[in-house]
Design a binder for this molecule. Structure first.
Ligand code: ATP
Ligand code: MG
Length: 351
C-alpha cells in the first residue's frame, strides 16, 4: 500500500527516537513492498527557534493531509522560562485539537524479562495486558477557567456526543481483544460522571458481546496495583485518564518503552512514545527507542490497517527486550543504535 507519514521529531531525544522508528517503518515497507512517503516537519521548541511558532502553519497543513503522524517529544529547559509567551507544549495541544484526536490509547503489558524493574511482584504482573482509552479533548482541561485573588475554578463539562464517541471506540477495541470494558468515573459525586456512566451504559447495549463494568476512580487507582491482570479495556475521562495512565506506566518499570496513539474520526492518528524530551540524555545516543518503535507499530495497526506488520514489529521488540541489547533505563548498557539494529535483525525473523 501507499501511505504518507508525517514525522515531527521535535526536541531533546525526540529526533533520536523518531529516526529509529522511521528506520523500522522503512524496513517494514521494504519487506512487505509498501510505499511509505515520510516527510519531516518542525514542532515544539525547534519550531519556535526557526519560525517563532510552536506549530507552524506548514507543519499543521502537512499533518492534516497525512495518513498518519509520528511525533517524538517536545519541550526542554531552553524553552521553559515561565515568562515565555510561546511554549513548545502549546504546539502539541494545538495539533491534537486541530486533528480532533479525542481518544488516547495506551497499551500496557509487562514483559517477564523486565519484571524486576516493576514495583509489583512477578505474580501480580503475569498476564497484565491492559488497553487504556483516555478521552483527550474534553473535561476540566478544556472548560472555562476563572481566577480571582482568593478563589479559582475549572469547569468540567462533557456532552453526550463526546462521551459516546470515545465509549464506542473503547467497545470496538474490546471486540478485538478479551471483550471486557471497565468504565472509570466518580458517579457517586460528580454530575459529569453520572452522565458519563449513563451514556456508556447506553452505548454498551450496541455491543452485547462485550462485558461492561464500572469502577470509581479512587478504587480503580488501588485495583490497578492489586489486580492489574483483571483489566482488558479501561475507558475514562481526560483528568482521570491522565492520572491512571501515569500510574500504569510506573507498573511497566520504564517510560522508555511505552507507546501511545491518539485517534479521531478518520483513519489519521497521532502516534508518540509516552516519555518526554529527556533533556538529561538528549544528543548522546542513549535514549531507548522502543517506545517510539512501538508507537510506529500502533501507527501500522490503527491508521494503515496493517495488523500483520504491527504484530511483526511488536514481536521483534519483545525479542530484543528479552535477549537484549538494552538501554540504561532497562538496566542495560547499550545505546539507541545498538537497540535499533537488534530490532531490525529480529524483524527479519518475524516479518
Ligand atoms: P515531559 O515534561 O516532557 O513529559 P518529563 O519530565 O515527564 O518530561 P521525561 O523527559 O520523560 O520527563 O524524562 C523522565 C526521565 O526518564 C528522565 O531521567 C529521562 O532521561 C528518562 N527517559 C525518558 N524517556 C527515556 C527514553 N526513551 N530512554 C531512556 N530514558 C528515558
Ligand atoms: Mg511527563
Amino acid at each position: 500500500m501507499k501511505a504518507r507519514i508525517v514525522t515531527l521529531p521535535g526536541d531533546g531525544i525526540g529526533p533520536e527516537v523518531t529516526a529509529a522508528a522511521v528506520a523500522v517503518l522503512n524496513a517494514v515497507a521494504a519487506h512487505y513492498e509498501h510505499a511509505f512517503a515520510v516527510e519531516e516537519h518542525p514542532i515544539g521548541g525547534i519550531a519556535i527557534d526557526t519560525t517563532g511558532e510552536p506549530l507552524p502553519a506548514t507543519t499543521l497543513a502537512a499533518c492534516q493531509s497525512a495518513d498518519a503522524v509520528l511525533l517524538g517529544a517536545v519541550g526542554g529547559p531552553k524553552w521553559s522560562d515561565p515568562a515565555a509567551k510561546v511554549r513548545p507544549e502549546q504546539g502539541l495541544l494545538a495539533l491534537r485539537a486541530a486533528l480532533g484526536v479525542y481518544a488516547n490509547l495506551r497499551p500496557l503489558s509487562v514483559h517477564p524479562a523486565l519484571a524486576a524493574l516493576s514495583p509489583l511482584k512477578d505474580e501480580k504482573l503475569k498476564d497484565v495486558d491492559v488497553l487504556f482509552v483516555r478521552e483527550l479533548t474534553g473535561g476540566a482541561y478544556f472548560g472555562t477557567k476563572t481566577r480571582s485573588a482568593d478563589a479559582a475554578t475549572d469547569e468540567c463539562r462533557y456532552t453526550v456526543a463526546e462521551i459516546e464517541r470515545v465509549a464506542r471506540r473503547a467497545f470496538a477495541l474490546a471486540r478485538g481483544r478479551r471483550k471486557h470494558v471497565t468504565s472509570v468515573d466518580k458517579a457517586n459525586v460528580l454530575e459529569t460522571s453520572r452522565l458519563w456512566r449513563a451514556t456508556v451504559m447506553r452505548v454498551a447495549a450496541d455491543y452485547p458481546d462485550v462485558t461492561l463494568e464500572h469502577q470509581l476512580v479512587d478504587s480503580m487507582a488501588m485495583l490497578l496495583l492489586t489486580q492489574p491482570a483483571r483489566y482488558d479495556v479501561v475507558v475514562t475521562e481526560n483528568l482521570f485518564g491522565d492520572i491512571l495512565t501515569d500510574e500504569a506506566a510506573a507498573l511497566a518499570g520504564s517510560l522508555g518503552l511505552l507507546p501511545s496513539a491518539s485517534l479521531g474520526e478518520g483513519n489519521c492518528g497521532l502516534y508518540e512514545p509516552i516519555h518526554g524530551s529527556a533533556p538529561d540524555i538528549a544528543g548522546q545516543g542513549l535514549a531507548n527507542p522502543l517506545g517510539a518503535i512501538l508507537s510506529a507499530a500502533l501507527l501500522l495497526r490503527h491508521s494503515l490497517g496493517l495488523e500483520g506488520e504491527a504484530q511483526a514489529v511488536e514481536a521483534a521488540v519483545a525479542q530484543v527486550v528479552e535477549h537484549g541489547p538494552r538501554t540504561r533505563d532497562l538496566g542495560g548498557t547499550a545505546g539507541t543504535d545498538a537497540v535499533l539494529q537488534a530490532v531490525l535483525t529480529a524483524l527479519e525473523d518475524h516479518a
